[in-house]
Write a protein that binds this ligand. Structure first.
Ligand code: SF4
Ligand code: SF4
Length: 204
């Protein structure tokens, strides 16, 4: 994905340079090459690799987990290794800056929330209205962060679906989601102690 700066030709070359240094240091015989395709999550785009890939012993994928799996499906006899960790489903905010918009929770409520995701946009991932800390338009974690539930209210009002806000959404089954941890400064020390004990892990 060259648009994410995680897998364009430039990033492929950087990775190959690093691998070259590492293999040389370890005295491992090697031959490395790099290729990019338009989209790795579409089999049609992978066809152009059919004549190239069989020449190699292993593949490294700089696409998301889905693209990496498709590569493994297309070339079942060659091991495929992920070169990046897929964190979330997001949108481009600026060049090189992405914002999480979906955590693939498996229980989408966008139809009731005016198309605004409470899981990713609300700091507490609340499903049924704002918390007591809301500053009306902004979130209690930071006045520069919009309160998701204020935005949901405004959006539902604009599309004539304000009644939806009263519809109680059932509890989420969180086991399907990746864990997002937002730490307020005051809780940093407590968080770090738990992190050391392995109770929590940080997601950036
Ligand atoms: S409610 Fe769940 S599936 Fe829908 S956008 Fe939010 S995280 Fe994604
Ligand atoms: S202030 Fe709004 S966005 Fe922030 S945690 Fe509360 S409900 Fe969620």
């Amino acid at each position: 994905m060259s648009v994410c700066y995680a897998g364009g030709m430039k990033e492929v070359n950087i990775l190959n340079d690093q691998l070259t240094v590492s293999f040389k240091q370890d005295d491992v015989p090697f031959q490395i090459d790099g290729h990019t395709v338009e989209r790795q999550c579409n089999m049609q785009y992978l066809a152009e690799l059919d004549k190239i890939v069989p020449r190699y012993d292993a593949l490294m994928s700089m696409a998301c987990g889905a693209g990496c799996q498709y590569l493994a499906e297309r070339f079942p006899d060659i091991p495929v290794y992920p070169a990046i960790n897929t964190m979330f489903i997001g949108v481009d905010k600026e060049v090189g800056m992405f914002e999480e918009r979906c955590r693939a929770c498996g229980n989408c409520v966008l139809g009731l929330t005016g198309g605004i995701c409470p899981v990713t946009r609300c700091a507490k991932s609340l499903f049924n209205g704002p918390c007591g800390g809301t500053n009306i338009t902004s979130c209690e974690i930071n006045k520069d962060v919009p309160c998701a539930w204020f935005d949901i209210y405004e959006r539902l009002k604009a599309i004539g679906q304000l009644d939806n806000i009263k519809k109680i959404k059932p509890p989420m089954e969180w086991q399907n989601t990746t864990r997002g941890v937002f730490v307020q400064e005051g809780y940093e020390e407590r968080f770090e102690k738990k992190e050391k004990k392995g109770i929590l892990s940080r997601v950036h």
